[in-house]
Design a protein around this ligand. Sequence first.
Ligand code: ADP
Length: 176
Amino acid sequence: MILIMGIAGSGKGTQGKLLADKYGYHLLSTGDLVRKYATEKQRERMLSGDLLADDEIIAMVDECLRSLPDDKEVIFDGFPRTIPQAQWLLDQVKAGRIDLKKTFHLIASREAVKDRLKYRARDDDVDHAIEQRFEEYAKSTAPILNWLKDQNVDVVEIKAEQSVEKVHQDIISNLK
Ligand code: ADP
């Protein structure tokens, strides 16, 4: 399993897809799962840029993992986003259900990604929801990176303001 972390618009989905296509890995995007399967209430939270409850997201991820062959390599985009989610994931690693190959942290400034998000123009890419996702990232998700390092997980920092192709190359060279 490979984790891709980074603020909204840092390129997690784009890079995850390139990697999945190149190596035949399964891309598990919790954002896509939410957009597809959310209840009306969950959809409201998503549209305002708030996180869904940990147990709801974990149930979706768990079900998705169950549906995949045991030996399938998985790339996570948008998960874990909180310490309890990260704890659950590392518990799965400890139980031998999945292995953790690498964690990539795509580093980009808020200013640099704002334009990308406007251009993407998804339902939740409106100013207040974008700001809220940035806030959630700073509060709930960024602390995971240090937490993972404390658990001896290898976190690779990637300069995500470079071109899509260059970021892709940087990721690949760290996977070899
Ligand atoms: P972005 O591209 O802004 O990082 P995503 O597509 O990953 O956004 O996620 C969109 C929304 O889906 C989030 O704002 C949140 O409401 C919900 N979501 C996705 N992943 C998670 C998660 N791991 N925990 C809680 N909520 C999540």
